[in-house]
Design a protein. Structure first.
Length: 325
């Protein structure tokens, strides 16, 4: 079984090279999620990335799925990678000197280090997270805190991105973190194209929760998915929390609690983030005036859009359009 993606067609510019460092007993979900985002998507989507695997000891490696993967490249593959993804479980808890050396050199020359799950122990051992906030899986937080007390650990949010180092606590956050990287480097429209092709759910921001806490009494909150899909189809409408609650058949207070429990953000903030994402895509892909975009995404006026946009992104719609057109 090989996870290396098909060779993309020739491009005028070399793609951003993403290398996933794997090992025996590898958990496949974060690796396949990264491959899905950074791999070849066909001629309809520009190929900005290439994706491949490497291992300290190449060959046929067993996985937690019960089938092996064939890895042909050794740690030398990290030498020219622009992003190094470290995903795993037990193997990453005690990284070898060779792995630490390869990742340290990659970071020193400017490569981005992405650690998922127990992969966080690699940048942690190298001191790359000292004094910095990091997302950690709740099952690993106690051990990581004991080994590396200088890291500011957060076992509630799904990912934290510092630019040079990013951490995702749970395997299921890999897709969100990878799409976040695409959005930062090539814009919201490109990230949304990839997300649509993968039929991914609405992109989750890093501040959202890893998992909903179990209620102490009563039934689990109803899934929010139908409401979220309804909101995405009606971004142009002036929707209030009361409207959302009426659609869901609950009180505004109950809906707010469900958002806090399941997504870690209030309903109005979630909706605003989706509107800003749609704004970015329209700025990148169209020549529509800001006033028209504001109407389309439900921000009512150009003045309101500019204020919200600057507050979230610290730039203006015009400057953003010049950068990402």
């Amino acid at each position: 079984m090989s996870l290396d993606c098909p060779e993309p067609p020739p491009a005028s510019l070399s793609p951003h090279r993403v290398v996933a460092l794997v090992a025996p007993k590898q958990e496949l979900y974060p690796v396949t999620s990264a491959s899905a985002v950074f791999g070849y998507h066909g001629s309809a989507i520009p190929q900005h990335y290439s994706f491949s695997l490497c291992a300290e000891h190449p060959g046929s490696l067993p996985t937690t799925l019960g089938v092996p993967i064939q890895v042909d490249s050794g740690l030398e593959a990290v030498d020219d990678a622009k992003t190094v993804i470290i995903a795993g479980w037990s193997w990453a808890l005690t990284p070898s000197p060779a792995v630490l050396g390869a990742v340290s050199q990659a970071h020193a020359r400017g490569a981005r280090i992405v650690a998922v799950g127990s992969g966080i122990f690699v940048p942690a051992t190298l001191g790359l997270l000292d004094g910095r906030r990091a997302s950690v899986h709740w099952e690993l937080s106690r051990e990581l805190a004991a080994r590396h007390p200088r890291i500011i650990l957060d076992d509630t949010i799904i990912y934290v991105d510092h630019g040079d180092v990013a951490t995702a606590g749970a395997s299921a956050a890999t897709l969100d973190l990878c799409l976040h990287q695409v959005l930062q480097e090539y814009g919201a429209a490109h990230a949304m194209r990839i997300g649509r092709q993968l039929a991914a759910g609405p992109h989750r921001e890093g501040c959202q929760r890893q998992y909903p806490p179990l209620p102490t009494t009563g039934p689990m909150p109803a899934p929010l998915a139908p409401l979220l899909e309804w909101l995405l189809s009606r971004l142009h409408d002036p929707i209030t929390v009361e409207d959302m609650a009426a659609y869901s058949g609950v009180s505004p207070r109950t809906l707010t609690r469900q958002f806090a429990d399941q997504l870690g953000v209030p309903p109005a903030r979630w909706l605003l983030e989706r509107r800003l994402a749609a704004t970015r895509a329209l700025l990148e892909e169209t020549d529509l005036p800001v006033e028209t975009i504001a109407t389309r995404v439900g921000l009512s006026s150009a003045v309101n859009l500019r204020r919200r946009f600057h507050s979230a992104l610290r730039t203006t719609p015009a400057a953003y359009r010049r950068s990402f057109r």
